[in-house]
Design a protein around this ligand. Structure first.
Ligand code: THU
Length: 139
């Protein structure tokens, strides 16, 4: 799919900002919200959920993927991730891999109002994905 219109990116970013309100971030105090658009025209969203055992924290993108599956799955074509200050953030390394599974290299990742969206393939080049499993299983 080609890029979204500016209006659509603004709407997706706004949804991500709204999702930050669902964040549970008592430790870092960094609220993160994520919103995604699917190839069949649905919206999904998520927020980060921290834990007293810090390393168990779920990023907003993880929560977004859970929402995608809760809705029956599908392919992500665009995502926007923002912090509590309302500004876009790039997904962390682990979340690039999580998003790759459900959107592939063509998934467009918002870079904020003043920069063009980037394809996930640019943020996670040469990604290891589901196709690699079939070709690399031991005989
Ligand atoms: N965080 C996300 O939700 N997504 C990212 O891509 C980067 C980091 C969250 C995790 C943690 O709750 C807080 O931001 C600070 O690291």
């Amino acid at each position: 799919m080609s890029n979204l219109s500016e209006t659509s990116w603004n709407a997706l970013r706004e949804q991500a900002r709204h999702a930050t309100l669902m964040s549970y971030a008592p430790y870092s105090h960094v609220s993160v919200g994520a919103a995604g658009y699917t190839s069949d025209g649905r919206y999904v969203e998520g927020a980060n959920v921290e834990n007293a055992s810090y390393g168990l924290t779920l990023c907003a993108e993880c929560s977004l993927v859970s929402d995608l599956m809760r809705q029956g799955g599908g392919r992500l074509v665009a995502v926007s991730i923002v912090a509590g200050d309302g500004q876009s953030i790039a997904p962390c390394g682990r979340c690039r891999q999580l998003l790759f599974e459900h959107g592939g290299a063509e998934l467009l990742v918002d870079a904020g109002e003043n920069a063009p969206a980037r394809a996930l393939g640019e943020l996670l080049p040469d990604a290891f994905g589901p196709d690699d499993l079939d070709s690399r299983r031991s005989p």
